[in-house]
Design a protein around this ligand. Structure first.
Ligand SMILES: [Zn+2]
Length: 217
């Protein structure tokens, strides 16, 4: 029988919550894994927990605080400003190796719970230059993980080629538009829903939302 169990890499943000709804529609059993790497805002973890509870999905929270020890950056250190990358530089929110580590740990957990499908919200379209959001990296990692464990995992990236407006559209198609808009946290200043409106994450989210709403009506 085909394996019908999935694990979603889940932060409680717009992208991973949309991926969770996507997975719930496709797979019989869905669990989520959330990484605690001492994010700037502990609210992120609480928001993720609340969403998992509301959707009755089992959540595993893994302690990844070592990431902060290895690579202090603006997402984990409040003394580092959030800046958009200029002139081809990576933004200050870049955490080197984050997706490499997160997807590897998610897949190891997948092996434990017999979930062959790993779902992640990484996206090459709006990727701010993060090298580990590229499709070619995910495909390469998928091969490496399967070789490393002699297994047949499939990493799914439903948002890979979508822009933010199309991600809102996908949430809407999954009947999750309001839920995603109200319950998720994307804002770097830790404000749920439509957020602070000023930080780079809010601006990106808002621009996509406005584009989609203009098209929707
Ligand atoms: Zn914000």
């Amino acid at each position: 029988m085909q394996n019908n169990k999935a694990i979603v890499v889940f932060s409680g943000g717009q992208d991973s919550t949309t991926c969770l709804f996507w997975a719930l529609e496709r797979f019989e059993h869905v669990e989520v894994v959330t990484f605690d790497y001492q994010q700037r805002h502990q609210e992120e973890i609480e928001v993720a927990q609340r969403i998992a509870e509301k959707l009755s999905v089992k959540q595993t929270i893994l302690d990844m605080s070592l990431l902060n020890q290895l690579a202090p950056n603006a997402l984990t250190r409040s003394d580092q400003a959030i800046e958009e990358g200029k002139g081809g530089e990576l933004p200050s929110t870049f955490v080197p190796g984050r997706n490499l580590l997160f997807l590897s740990f998610a897949t190891i957990l997948g092996r434990q719970i017999d979930a062959k499908h790993i779902v992640t919200g990484v996206c090459e379209t709006d990727f701010s230059g993060y090298p580990d959001c590229r499709d070619i990296f995910i495909k390469s990692l998928n091969v490496s993980l399967n070789l490393s464990m002699d297994d047949q995992f499939v990493i799914h990236t439903p948002l890979m080629w979508l822009n933010k407006a199309e991600t809102w559209e996908l949430a809407d198609e999954l009947d999750a538009f309001e839920f995603v808009r109200e319950e998720t946290l994307t804002c770097y200043n830790g404000i749920k829903g439509d957020g602070c409106g000023e930080c780079p994450a809010c601006k990106l989210r808002k621009r996509g939302l406005e584009q989609y709403l203009a098209k929707r009506t």
